[in-house]
Design a protein around this ligand. Structure first.
Ligand SMILES: *Cc1c(COP(=O)(O)O)cnc(C)c1O
Length: 470
């Protein structure tokens, strides 16, 4: 494809992109295809001869779009959002055109230095202390793995990196039953072992009970374990509970335990002064992760990972083969030493675009609006006697269920599960569930880039109608 042919197709493609954005509500939110349906429509063999781009676009409409779940639909209320936005998409176009592989400073100084500056902008915006230094990772899962590996090395004097895990006192990692599964994954991968991940009981609002943490740590030390890391969450995935950082941090500081904070979703709310309370105890944090690729209008993937002491992180991951030796080493940030992959995309550019084009006030306004919508939704749900709210509202996630009079408790889970499927199969809205103390809980997130109160109101009408028509 010559640059001139590219220009022609790209112009057509931009028209397609704008059309998709405009018409997104016409698609079923959740893809309605059956397993294997898309696979069987794709030829068994690749083409021998070149095909025109137009035939690719035709197949995109025909074969691919029916198998897409439309995360950018304002009727998407499931999981947590994975928001895109026009400023982020435009930046992605630049990133892929440059196609730079930004593993070290020399392979694109602008990428390294823009990343360094964006991490400072974001750090100050969310209220982390100024001694934190940040790096962009692909996902929160990777950042949390990097944090746990670093905590492991710190706790063992960097011995496991050299000698392997044998012969050490078993390390312990503490979290709660509400903690994201990425922590369990990290505990498995890091060699610490799942049996050494201790779930601390939660309080009535589903946040970690620090008194229970204190008791367990004291007991573990007596038994000969080596407490290594606490993972606290700001806005858990199920119910958006906020673990009390200050009380947890005091226990960590006293016992030399690494405090990692997972704020994958909730980190975005920290750009609002009225949510700074969630960071109380910030002085105890060793590492912190939040995902602009969830709620901050930046295309997946872009996860901001902060550490109090980059030296410890770098010492954990650094490797220096001959072909990567440079003249600038030590003077600049070579981010390949700040995590697991060597190769890195130029992700800072989309943060730069999003923050500049929305402006801080623009971002705050959108986030505040999402939070306001959740509050209105929770009020509408509370006012109906046959519905029940199941967890405190913290940011923009409402947990509830249908609970009509006279139905025995042991049938309610089945009814709510069927209701969830019925709503999602309609293609009109998409929501997902969680389990709270064994209760099947519908979970509605008002966080999609373009969601309005009108969408929320229509969704609520649909839910009521579908529930009452059983
Ligand atoms: C979504 C989420 C994660 C995982 O995020 P990825 O970037 O997809 O790895 C981790 N923790 C919490 C609290 C989350 O909500």
């Amino acid at each position: 494809m010559s640059p001139e042919e590219f220009r022609k197709h790209a112009h057509q493609l931009v028209d397609w992109m704008a059309g998709y954005m405009k018409n997104i509500e016409k698609y079923p939110v959740k893809s309605q295809v059956q397993p294997g349906e898309i696979f069987s429509k794709i030829p068994d063999n690749p083409p021998l001869n070149p095909e025109p781009f137009d035939s690719l676009m035709a197949d995109l409409e025909e074969i691919i779009l029916p198998g897409i779940t439309h995360w950018q639909s304002p009727n998407f209320f499931a999981y947590f959002p994975a928001n895109s936005s026009p400023p982020s998409i435009l930046a992605e176009m630049i990133i892929s055109t440059l196609g730079a592989q930004c593993m070290i400073w020399e392979t694109s100084p602008a990428a390294a230095e823009l990343e360094e500056k964006m991490m400072i902008w974001l750090r100050d915006l969310i209220g982390l202390p100024s001694y934190f230094e940040g790096v962009i990772q692909d996902t929160a899962s990777t950042a949390t793995l990097a944090a746990i590996l670093t905590a492991r090395e710190k706790a063992t004097g960097f011995r496991i990196n050299d000698e392997g895990i044998e012969g050490d006192r078993p390390l312990r990692v503490y979290c709660t039953g509400q903690t994201h599964s990425s922590v369990e994954k990290a505990v498995k991968i890091s060699g610490i072992g799942r049996k050494n991940m201790v779930k601390i009981p939660v309080r009535s609002d589903f946040s970690m009970d620090p008194e229970k943490l204190r008791e367990v740590v004291i007991e573990d030390v007596k038994k000969g374990f080596l407490p290594c890391c606490v993972v606290a969450t700001i806005c858990t995935t199920g119910t958006t509970a906020v673990d009390p950082l200050k009380a947890i941090g005091e226990i960590c500081a006293k016992n030399g335990i690494w405090l990692h904070v997972d704020a994958a979703m909730g980190g975005t709310a920290l750009i609002l002064p009225e949510f700074q309370w969630m960071l109380e105890g910030r002085e105890f944090i060793d590492s912190f992760v939040f995902n602009p690729h969830k709620w901050m209008f930046t295309n997946f993937d872009c996860s901001a990972f902060y550490v109090r002491d980059p030296e410890t992180l770098i010492k954990t991951f650094e490797i220096l083969p001959e072909y990567l030796k440079t003249r600038t080493r030590g003077k600049v940030n070579d981010y390949r030493d700040w995590g697991i992959p060597l190769g890195r995309r130029f992700r800072a550019l989309k943060l730069w675009s999003v923050i500049r084009i929305y402006g801080i006030e623009g971002l705050r306004e959108k986030i505040r609006n999402h939070i306001r919508m959740a509050k209105s939704l929770a009020e509408m749900i509370s006012s109906e006697p046959d519905f029940e709210i199941l967890a405190p509202l913290v940011i923009n996630v409402v947990c509830f269920r249908y609970k009509p009079k006279g139905i025995p408790e042991d049938q309610l889970n089945g009814i709510n599960e069927a209701l969830n499927h019925r709503l999602n199969d309609s293609g009109k809205i998409y929501l997902t569930h969680t389990s709270i103390n064994g209760i099947y809980t519908l979970r509605m997130v008002t966080g999609q880039t373009n969601v309005t109160m009108e969408h929320v109101g229509t969704a609520w009408e649909l839910i009521k109608k579908a529930a009452r028509n059983f």
